[in-house]
Write a protein that binds this ligand. Structure first.
Ligand SMILES: Cc1ncc(COP(=O)(O)O)c(C=O)c1O
Length: 464
């Protein structure tokens, strides 16, 4: 094991400038000194000393199709040479065709007519969805959301994000969520199967509507004080928690009975991360609104947006100018988004991601057998989790995972003569979960490599 890594003289100059000129409000330095990177390709990034790191988190799932994906990069380059910029009030082909692709796909999958609109970034798209559901419910500002849920850090989005930490200093603008337990089976009460626990969570939620005295429902007029339930079908920041397959179907029945909309936040799990375009597709329900961002452009442009049912978003009910950003539907973003849709319709991404995910998960299960500190592993497609615990395999052990992340960033592991670092993301209610989001283009030998690197980190952690 090597000592703490020292920044190079050149990096140190930059770090000193960062300390003086950059607000730290928009970032978190998970390791000290933070690494500075200079190039990327496929599943790898290289630091300023040209040290390669295998990336198993891909910019929190924004780069699903690999760094510097040639086809998507070329789409951007071509757009730069034709129509790189145009004010949102004018139209361009890319915006219309991308909206059509998303809406036609939704019609096919959910049997619903709907429309798409764009904004910049995930949180801003969440804000737009809040406007849509507030508007459709005559201005109701209360939402349901999950414990462990994450929807972004603008004021509205952080109001429906479970961590009070993100709200503590800023107060509220009127939006507010009631947080409902998510069926996190590994940490749920003992004695129930995963499905039983899913039903149990729905029943607990349904209890709220049994009488007016539970605070959310007026049985006299049949109206809830809550406009929508915001769900991440698979929890992202919450630790890639996969609910039982019966869960959303049963939850949606309760919502439909009480006139509450379901908003599926696909910002992290969308675009084939779980083997489907939208992760909600695994659960056999019709969402009312879908919010997307991140991998729409493979991280090349901050384009995000929403799809909503026609009844909620048609121009009569949600008139022109209801939301706007100068950069919404910018042609560089829509060009890459469109190319991404074409690319993923030519190859069976669903089957490919499910097969790679199964292989990766088997490798994690094998590690779990050999390392008692792995309490839980699970996965859906290439959204995989590995929960690091104390020797009892249950007590969350954040300190050990932090240590593993730091060791990975040293870039000093050797596999088959190759010196490498490993980039991991940390999530989970107790910050003890490796949330694995490898490139969907990752090769099988690269998955093997990732597992070998993880094994080396586990050995280091165990010997510590
Ligand atoms: C599920 C989910 N929703 C919303 C967001 C916020 O998106 P952005 O960071 O682009 O504002 C994120 C970002 O990680 C996310 O994972």
């Amino acid at each position: 094991m090597s000592d703490i890594r020292i920044a190079t003289a050149e990096d140190q100059v930059l770090l000193d400038k960062e300390a003086k000129y950059c607000s730290y409000g928009d970032t978190v330095h998970y390791i000290e000194p933070p690494r500075i990177f200079s190039r990327c390709e496929g599943s790898y990034v290289w630091d300023t000393e040209d040290q390669a790191y295998l990336d198993l988190q891909m910019w929190y799932s924004a780069v699903n199709f690999g760094y510097a994906n040639p086809r998507l990069n070329n789409a951007l380059k071509q757009q730069i040479d034709t129509l790189p910029q145009i004010a949102s009030q004018y139209l361009h082909k890319g915006k219309i065709e991308l909206s059509e692709m998303i809406a036609v796909d939704a019609k096919k999958k959910f049997g619903l007519d709907g429309r798409v609109h764009f904004n910049v970034g995930g949180s801003q798209s969440i804000e737009d969805s809040l406007k849509v559901v507030r508007n459709a419910s005559n201005g109701k500002s209360l939402m349901f959301a999950f414990e462990g849920g994450y929807h972004g850090r603008t004021l509205g989005a952080s109001s429906i994000t479970s961590s009070y930490r993100y709200r503590r200093r800023y107060g509220h603008f009127g939006e507010r969520a009631q947080f409902i337990p998510f069926p996190y089976h590994f940490r749920g009460p003992k004695g129930m199967t995963k499905e039983e626990y899913g039903s149990h969570c729905v029943q607990q939620f349904a209890r709220l509507f049994e009488t007016e005295y539970n605070g959310v429902w007026d049985p006299k007029v049949g109206s809830s004080e809550y406009a929508a339930f915001y769900v991440e079908p698979i929890q992202g920041t919450g630790g890639y928690v996969i609910p039982p397959m019966n869960f959303y179907r049963e939850l949606k029945q309760v919502l439909d009975q009480h006139g509450i909309l379901m908003v599926s936040d696909e910002i992290q799990m969308g675009f084939y991360r779980t083997g489907k375009l939208w992760s909600i597709e695994h659960f056999d329900v019709q969402p009312d609104v879908i919010v997307f961002g991140k991998a729409l452009t493979n991280g090349l442009n901050p384009l995000g947006g929403i799809w909503a049912r026609e009844e909620l978003i048609n121009p009569k009910i949600f008139p022109p100018g209801s939301t706007h950003s100068t950069f919404a539907s910018n042609p560089l973003g829509t060009a890459v988004g469109l190319e991404m849709f074409k690319m993923t319709s030519e190859v069976d991404y669903g089957a490919m991601v499910m097969a790679k995910g199964k292989y990766f998960l088997e490798g994690l299960q094998d590690l779990q057998k050999r390392f008692p500190i792995i309490g839980d592993v699970d996965g859906l497609g290439l959204a995989l989790r590995c929960e690091i615990c104390a020797a009892d395999g249950f007590t969350p052990d954040k300190a050990t995972l932090d240590y593993m992340v730091e060791e990975g960033m040293k870039g000093d592991m050797v596999v088959d003569g190759q010196k490498l670092g490993l980039i991991l993301d940390v999530g989970g209610y107790y910050k003890n979960v490796i949330t694995l989001a490898p490139s969907l283009e990752i090769s099988y030998p690269e998955i093997d490599l990732g597992l070998k690197l993880l094994e080396q980190l586990l050995v280091r952690a165990t010997k510590r």
